[in-house]
Design a protein. Sequence first.
Length: 195
Amino acid sequence: MYGDGTDAHGISPSPFLPRFNFYEFHQSGAIDAQPDAIIAAVCALDMRADRVADALLRLRELPAKLIRAIGNRPQPAPAPFGFDTFTLLRRTDHEVSLGLAGRFWRPDLDACLVADAPAFMSLDDSRVARLVLRFQVIEQAEGARTLRTETFVFCPNTRTRWLFTPYWLAIRLASGWIRRRTLATIQRQFPAPIQ
């Protein structure tokens, strides 16, 4: 979804990115577990352990790898992309929010090093987009819970939006697939709710 960052569609904006231009969400099925256990499972997850997610992420990393291989100035390869690439913005019993800033449309993502939530919120670079990945436990009827993942992206100006939009359109399918597989992996760690 592309939007103006309002909650017209029932979206609760992230306090770390109150304005956003792009939004995506996915939700798990019912999970019979306490919220803190669900969030702990999210934080312990290695998304690269999933073969499909790992293959898609390797494909995303391939252009930068090729550029390094044929370039005149070999550079050390960055660490593989995963949750460790993000900055922890907040963790509670019901939610974990992660932040990432960079020029995601570039072959190397050009991710910025951001120390913490205040640094993420105060980042003022017109060349980079900021992204928040939020996992939230949602209370359902009869004590069941679901896990929702939301992605918010803010581009500070028209040029950045123009650069980011084709990238967003190109990765949406793969990104959504990774999110759904992540949710399914976490859901399988807990017993199914009794009907």
